[in-house]
Write a protein that binds this ligand. Sequence first.
Ligand code: F6R
Length: 615
Amino acid sequence: MCGIVGYVGPRPALEVVVDGLRRLEYRGYDSAGVAVIDPVGGLRTAKKAGRIENLDKELAHQTITGTTGMGHTRWATHGAPTDRNAHPHVSGDGRVAVVHNGIIENFRELRRELEAQGTEFRSETDSEAVAHLVAAQLRGGAASLADAVRAVCRRLAGSFTLVVLDRDDPDVVVAARRNSPLVLGVGDGEMFLGSDVAAFIEFTREAVELGQDQVVELRRGGYTVTDFDGAPAHGRAYHVGWDLSAAEKGGYDYFMLKEIDEQPGAVADTLRGHLVDGHIVLDEQRVDVQELREIDKVFVVACGSSFHAGLIGKQAIEHWTRVPVEVELASEFRYRDPVLDRQTLVVAISQSGETADTLEALRYARDQRARVLAICNTNGAQIPRESDAVLYTHAGPEIGVASTKAFLAQVAAVELVGLAIAQARGTKYGDEIGREFDALAAVPDKIAEVLADLDPVRAVAREIAASKAVLFLGRHVGYPVALEGALKLKELAYMHAEGFPAGELKHGPIALIEDGLPVVVIMPSPTARSVLHQKVGSNIAEIKARGARTIVVAEAGDVAAREHADHLIEVPATPTLASPLVATVPLQVLAAEIAQARGYDIDKPRNLAKSVTVE
Ligand code: F6R
């Protein structure tokens, strides 16, 4: 949540920073602001509530020069999304500017202390306190801006990425990090900062991930990292494996539409290299085979779409390994008293690798001596860094706020984990594991088939775009697909949408059915689990009899589905455990089409941000 950009070098800082903010806008779009140290005008700031276009308009009336600067795009926590609460925040003496991502938990006591000393606050944010505190350190004789920032960091509780400028030291940018992300970009005679590498990918692919509780001082010629006490420290340097084109729309109207089309590649790339000589191999493995053999329980912890990927994974892992799997929302897991021990494997699924609840859940699990394996799409993010093992999804950068390609990649990855456990425990023979892997490997072509024939989905979308609500029904792996379809519709089209297990209908939800209510049903394969196929067929008949308009997602050639469907969306036949990878795709498109028909921006749904770094 919140995007941060920083720059020091020979280029006009304002352009670099505003371009970086545009690439990070998916992290929050309540307000945007910049600060530049201008050789003529001193510390110059501009900030505006709303999207970056509003800031652009504000900047159009100003001439700001200077080659050291920073910017911020906000997802509001403390204080409404107003101009006043937008970042940067400047100290009362006008010397120090700060942008902040995260929450300063002890800000009330810091604010009281500062107010008692006569400091006037101009915003309701927690972040403003940092600007005043850093300025006070400088006035009190701190040897450098970096020293002042370190002293302040030692007093802060909570999570924060901070970038700080000092008007009186124009060639330096200082940043600090605890829990929220921060990456440096190392250029030739110039240095960049970003909440993620998209902020500076246009200029350099050499990145350094700043570690927990570190402060970095950037100058044109290089950077120095220390801990909060000033002891030398190191970030983790890496080369970014993708380029600017991956972070651009490439001719699409929205990132989400591009990302939906990229799904065959995302699944193929996630599976690639994980079956070697008939053996499943995971990435960075610090959970050894003996430990996998001994686990007696798996917990999957995640939020939102990643949680739905976990629900699909449960079906596969239990089926292949006979180890019981519990799937829990990370925000619930960490505040109860789950039963974990050394023989528990916790699988933490997160696209961003930053989600605060998932991070805290895995920390809790490690405290209980459980082993933690992360499934993550972001190289070097905090969640994989703190886990015992990691399996990276290779979906590439996902910029649309609603997860699409990352979700499918997570499903593929969690099933790979299931196969690895089955292999370690010997609950499947090698050839069976090979066949299951092949079923997954065949999916990208099937997704491509779905993407090649979206007219029926678009036609339904147009017809139901004005509806007040839509229900989604599924059973077995179809249930999490229904949940995911409903979540996409809620977040993109702001429509009331609910996913239910089809078998639960008669226990209450059927009362919602009224004439013309659209109900999307995920039909199980007629071959693999014909009992369930028949049961869902009966469920459709029941709601149709009560006036529902049925939209059925079914395998091509499913005659019974055709009989029950007012609208039929056919997908290629796929083995049950791999089928969510195919059946989810039309539901993503349905939500995107309805949202566009209702006039909404599908990349930036209201109230949301891509990475939820606060609880
Ligand atoms: C929905 C969506 C969210 C995320 C959730 C977890 O489309 O994108 O529900 O899935 O916020 O995020 P990660 O996977 O980054 O932990």
